[in-house]
Design a protein. Structure first.
Length: 195
């Protein structure tokens, strides 16, 4: 695993160690971001449709955003084996994230093949995004991206929660089972049936 330097940012070619200027102000960059967002949305829609056609069901999203901004503090992107393992592809991916999303690499997590970033558009003092209207697709879709995981975990303090797609059936089965109240409560919590 690579580690960040004294500034807290992993040195990357062409990175600006200070807070970079607003790069999405030029018409060309805005146009590229619109096309990238459109492609992200199309890919995501197709991917989810294919999974549903296979009979897969995502977890059900409950709760709401508490504006804690924990998801903005250190965005993380998991990548496939080609992006992770081919240096030229990895450099192109990181260049794209830096140039168009304002994501500066902080560390690489080899266990999950993920890159953890610092977002140049996130203001830590106000806990807000200075380019909210042109934010990337992954930021717009959080936390729905997590709902297809086997056991989605949200960030501490996040107001969202996930319930299994068959929560009503599980609750009914627990109510019919001969369990002590303590056993029933532990199972409800363990199966995430409280939401």
């Amino acid at each position: 695993m690579k580690t960040a330097g004294p500034s807290g940012i992993l040195p990357t070619e062409g990175s600006n160690p200070g807070r970079p200027g607003r790069r999405d102000s030029s018409p060309g960059v805005r146009a590229v971001k619109r096309v990238a967002l459109w492609r992200f949305q199309v890919d995501l829609t197709l991917h989810r449709a294919i999974r549903r056609a296979r009979g897969e069901k995502p977890w059900v999203l409950g709760g709401d955003c508490r504006r804690c901004a924990a998801c903005c503090e250190a965005p993380s992107i998991s990548v496939g084996p080609v992006t992770w393992g081919v240096p030229a592809v990895r450099r192109a991916f990181l260049w794209w994230q830096r140039r168009f999303n304002g994501f500066h690499l902080v560390r690489m997590d080899g266990d999950g093949r993920s890159f953890v970033f610092r977002c140049a558009h996130f203001d830590r003092e106000t806990r807000s995004c200075d380019s909210y209207d042109s934010r990337p697709g992954m930021c717009r879709d959080y936390p729905r991206l997590l709902l297809w995981q086997a056991s989605p975990d949200f960030l501490p303090g996040c107001g969202y929660r996930a319930s299994p797609p068959n929560a009503a059936g599980l609750r009914a089965a627990l109510d019919r089972a001969s369990l002590t109240p303590g056993q029933r409560e532990r199972l409800r919590r363990g199966l995430r049936l409280d939401g």
